[in-house]
Design a binder for this molecule. Structure first.
Ligand SMILES: Nc1ncnc2c1ncn2[C@@H]1O[C@H](COP(=O)(O)OP(=O)(O)OP(=O)(O)O)[C@@H](O)[C@H]1O
Ligand SMILES: [Mg+2]
Length: 290
């Protein structure tokens, strides 16, 4: 693990970390190194954004973290221990602690299950199988309210009967019920308009505040990542080329690729002095609590 990661956080144990994590798809002429020896450490309650261009390995990395894709090389640690999820039982236990919201919400649900079942399964997974029916209904209603959905309008429907935006909110309602320690969110806002997008992000921030959830957020949008995150990881061609506190990475980028990404979004990070064009630009950070 890099010294930088260890030195910044000597007093706490990461809830998730990895050393040399690598994923290679295919072989020979078809070989793709999707994730190439990455080191990282996520601490409880942190909001980490992974930023990088299309194909840089972001989704592959979080699929490995979730245990949906096997790891070709390297080690992943969860709650201080080396992860072992070889059996179905171990995986089930693991998924109590780590959950994800994916780019394509349609892929996340079994289309033959009604929404009621999708939400009830979450309560059962958290050990609530024996709770009275009324209590389960109360929990489901509360989860729907948390994401501004009305349970009465969802009951007896199938996920594919919802709009993309409703579907993504349903995914967050699931997270509200499951309360994992770590939430991996792969561009969860891609299917919704800018206004709902802000609402979803607010919901994620609220989950973090209220539950102390660690959130790993994947996006192409460096400006947005800067706005919401404590820590940034910049990925290029399967490698983490730069990582650190959001302020440090944005205000003092070291890597060529980070500088290039920043050059593409100058208006988000700079204040232009129109009466003093030759002077240095002043960098500001939008107030994340605003
Ligand atoms: N199942 C797979 N089989 C073979 N190659 C794959 C597979 N999944 C991903 N890849 C390849 O791995 C690389 C990284 O893909 P990945 O989906 O992780 O990128 P990404 O950063 O999430 O991109 P985007 O921003 O477009 O979602 C790409 O070259 C992709 O083609
Ligand atoms: Mg992706």
């Amino acid at each position: 693990m890099s010294e930088q990661i260890v030195n910044n956080n000597t007093d706490r144990t990461p809830c998730m970390s990895g050393t040399g994590v690598t994923k290679i798809f295919g072989a020979g002429a078809n070989k793709t190194v999707a994730v190439d020896h990455v080191d990282f450490a996520f601490y409880p309650g942190e909001l980490i954004s992974i930023v990088g261009e299309s194909g840089s390995g972001k989704t592959t990395l979080i699929k490995m973290l979730l245990g949906l894709t096997s790891v070709t090389d390297g080690d992943i640690f969860f709650m201080g221990n080396k992860r072992d999820i070889r059996t179905r039982k171990q995986k089930k236990e693991y998924w109590k602690g780590i959950q994800a919201i994916f780019q394509d919400p349609f892929s996340a649900y079994n289309i033959f299950n009604k929404i009621d079942t999708v939400l009830l399964d979450c309560i059962n997974m958290r050990g609530g199988r024996k709770l009275p029916k009324e209590e389960k209904l109360r929990m489901i209603t509360e989860a729907c309210e948390f994401v501004n959905l009305k349970y009465a309008e969802l009951t007896n429907k199938y996920p594919f009967e919802l709009s993309g935006g409703q579907m993504q909110r349903l995914m967050i309602a699931r997270i509200f019920l499951l309360r994992p320690k770590i939430l991996l969110a792969d561009e969860p806002t891609s299917m919704i308009d800018a206004c709902s997008r802000a609402t979803i992000l607010d919901m994620l921030m609220k989950l973090r505040e209220e539950e102390g959830m660690t959130i790993v957020f994947i996006t192409h949008d460096l400006g947005l990542a800067y706005y919401v995150s404590d820590k940034l990881l910049i990925m290029e061609k399967g490698k983490i080329v730069e990582q650190g506190a959001a302020d440090q990475v944005i205000l003092n980028p070291q890597h060529r690729y980070t500088k290039q990404l920043l050059a593409d979004v100058p208006k988000l990070t700079e204040t232009w002095h129109l009466d003093d064009e030759a002077g240095p630009a002043t960098f500001i950070r939008a107030n994340p609590n605003a």
